[in-house]
Design a protein around this ligand. Structure first.
Ligand SMILES: NC(=O)c1ccc[n+]([C@@H]2O[C@H](COP(=O)([O-])OP(=O)(O)OC[C@H]3O[C@@H](n4cnc5c(N)ncnc54)[C@H](O)[C@@H]3O)[C@@H](O)[C@H]2O)c1
Ligand SMILES: O=C(O)CC[C@@H](O)C(=O)O
Length: 315
């Protein structure tokens, strides 16, 4: 039996996941994260399980890999996997919910603070020998709008309580008990965009959420508002964001995720009130170790124990 990973972070902090596979007589190999579809199909012949980060598992890929039994998303969002096609072919798809929620929530908060206090700009100038008086915006006591109050959104809300923020949320599937416990008010998206000083997005990329934040939505926001997206590229229209920043419709934005990744030499980079990150919100040692161990346990359950693994994505 053989497992391949295209996730560059799999087993980065310890060998435990690979040793676990070997203890079950399962071979392991890394493939490059930016592998082409044709190369992936070629290298995956005879392989029984794939651990994937960003590469696309399309219907064509699944049709070309008759020995594949399980695809494990090394993370949460399964937008790069054709789950329906996999299900139709009897290939199990799993993800790892929960494992990187603290890492991403911390990161989203770091981005809000970085935008409000202009930390990247202050760092750049100080290292260039300047000693600038840079004035920022308050975070403490401001209104935070969380779009998508799932596992990560709820962790962001818990952090925001420590900053005494007023929290509003939009989510088509409300969690009333959590909202009541943390004093969160559910509102419609339009209201959230209108009243929030900080807006943070934490939902999956789906046909319904693609371009959810576009020209009309930026027009609703306050001129002092900051927006953070550490969920998925494509939820924020980058063309609309470019115009919103250019025309001063909002105060700043930070993206950890882009419509096309890797994002290099992007028009948004010209805006000084725009922070660009390379899809690293979930990258901490604790999160990565848990992700790896959950993936390999699921693989052993399918290939060796003949048992339903945890976190199967079912449509
Ligand atoms: N940047 C990163 O490295 C990174 C890491 C982990 C997860 N993510 C992304 O974050 C997303 C959220 O992760 P999670 O663990 O909180 O998932 P989750 O499933 O626990 O929560 C997602 C929430 O979004 C809500 N939702 C669905 N459609 C919506 C819509 N149209 N508008 C508003 N809310 C909507 C759901 O009801 C749910 O409450 C993932 O889907 C993934 O794409 C990114
Ligand atoms: O595995 C990764 O490298 C990141 C995955 C992350 O975006 C997620 O959806 O959890």
């Amino acid at each position: 039996m053989k497992v391949v990973s295209t996730s560059p972070s799999f087993a980065k902090y310890s060998n435990e996941p690979i040793e676990f596979l070997r203890s079950h007589q399962i071979e392991f190999e890394y493939l490059p994260a930016d592998i082409t579809e044709a190369e992936f199909i070629e290298k995956m012949q005879g392989v029984n399980a794939a651990i994937v980060a960003f590469n696309t598992i399309s219907e064509k890929v699944l049709d070309s890999l008759p020995d594949l039994k399980i695809v494990c998303k090394h993370g949460v969002g399964v937008d790069n996997i054709d789950v329906k096609a996999a299900q139709d072919r009897g290939v199990v798809v799993t993800n790892v919910p929960n494992a990187n929620k603290h890492a991403v929530a911390d990161f989203a908060f770091a981005l809000m603070l970085s935008l409000a206090r202009k930390i990247p700009e202050a760092n750049d100038k100080t290292k260039k020998g300047e000693w600038p008086r840079i004035f920022g915006s308050d975070v403490y006591g401001k209104t935070l709008g969380i779009v998508g109050l799932g596992m990560i959104g709820r962790e962001v809300a818990k952090r925001a309580k420590g900053f005494d923020m007023k929290i509003v949320a939009y989510d088509p599937y409300p969690n009333d008990a959590f909202a009541a416990e943390y004093g969160i008010e559910y509102v419609q998206l339009e209201e959230l965009l209108t009243i929030s000083d900080f807006i943070t997005l934490h939902m999956p990329l789906t046909p319904q959420t693609r371009n959810l934040i576009a020209e009309k939505e930026f027009a609703l926001m306050k001129e002092e508002a900051f927006i953070v997206n550490a969920s998925r590229g494509g939820i924020v229209s980058e063309a609309a964001l470019y115009e919103a920043l250019k025309n001063g419709k909002i105060a700043g934005a930070a993206l950890d995720v882009f419509e096309e990744e890797p994002a290099t030499d992007h028009p948004l980079f010209e805006h000084s009130n725009f922070i660009a990150l390379p899809h690293i919100a979930g990258y901490t040692s604790g999160a990565i170790n848990t992700l790896g161990m959950v993936c390999v346990q699921n693989i052993v359950d399918v290939l060796v124990n003949n048992k339903e693994p945890n976190h199967v994505i079912k449509l």
